[in-house]
Design a protein around this ligand. Sequence first.
Ligand code: ADE
Length: 410
Amino acid sequence: MTEDMIESGNMKIEWARNHMPVLAHVREEFITGQPLAGHTVGMALHVEAKTAVLVETLAAGGAQVPICGCNPLSTQDDVAQALDTRNNIRCYAIHACSNDEYYTAIDAVLDHKPDITIDDGGDLIFKLHTQRQDMMPDILGACEETTTGVHRLKSMERDGALKIPVIAVNDALTKFLFDNRYGTGQSSWDGIIRTTNLLVAGKNVVIAGYGWCGRGTAMRAVGLGANVIVTEIDPIRALEARMDGYRVMPMIEAAAIGEIFVTTTGNVDILTREHFEVMTDGAILANAGHFNVEINLDELKAMATSTKKARNNIMEYNINGRRINVLADGRLVNLAAGDGHPAEVMDMSFANQAMCVEHIATHKLTPGVHPVPQHIDMKVAGLKLEAMGISIDKIKPHQFEYMDGWETGT
Ligand code: ADE
């Protein structure tokens, strides 16, 4: 730990904090009400500046906050070190840690005996359920940040394996409509552009998956001047992509003409041997999904006649003269090759997180996946509008009656 690193981390945290007014409002409420006094909130999140602002907010509410990373490449060491100097906060995240170190850090967080947890991807909850079951009776509840994590938790619930209450923060409207769409849409391109320093305009860009992240990434690719192709397995989403103006085709066709590929599906094996076989020289592959499973790197490595580091965070796989470039080892490109989502977007996501932690601390929830209470979602939207200086109309009593009734027709 060095003074320079801590100073750099503090500077990033201050910049983020200054662009997160909704979370600042929650922090003021927390300072006054101390709703988390006596609680320990164990976190596994991407340790970067916006996350640090959430951590500070929880600590300001009275909590002890041990935190580790939720991806080996997304931790920013300067931010981690700055966080670790704060009262009531302990940070175990280290950039580019091994798998063993990653899980050791999760254990270190659990050793603090948290009664509330926050996950991004579900690794901490998974460890709790598989190796640290002794701690389960003390857990009041948990929050999950991302689509992939919520999906995993719903599978656990379906199989009767989920033993604690979890709030699906990802599913709040003020989370996924903004973070997944505008956040991923901007930050993925930020990661790709700053890593490659190449032009997007005029290129064939293939977006795999047309969920909220895919929609945002495709929309921003259009703004950058790309010819956008979408691949999907869901017929409704495929239709939507088509009517949003994109070409839609199977990946095996897209693979032969794509120049930049961005996977956003959350599923495994989106780009595999059959696709690498037909890709053109110079193709760029990036993943924007939570886990590094969408690009099958084992198959790519097996096919490569040689590999080399082409630029920082770019590995070039040469297949008999055809060069295929993988960004950030196929890990989520916006965080492993960038700074994550813009602060204004994480402001809403993390205000939801903070208020859901308060909700868990002040309510008794039953095991299972719970939605974000609607009043929290509405409060985040209202505060965000206020912070942006935007006022909106109020419904009039007779309008409410009209909407609420069913007798009035033609
Ligand atoms: N910064 C912190 N958490 C993040 C996330 N889940 N996605 C993008 N940026 C982030």
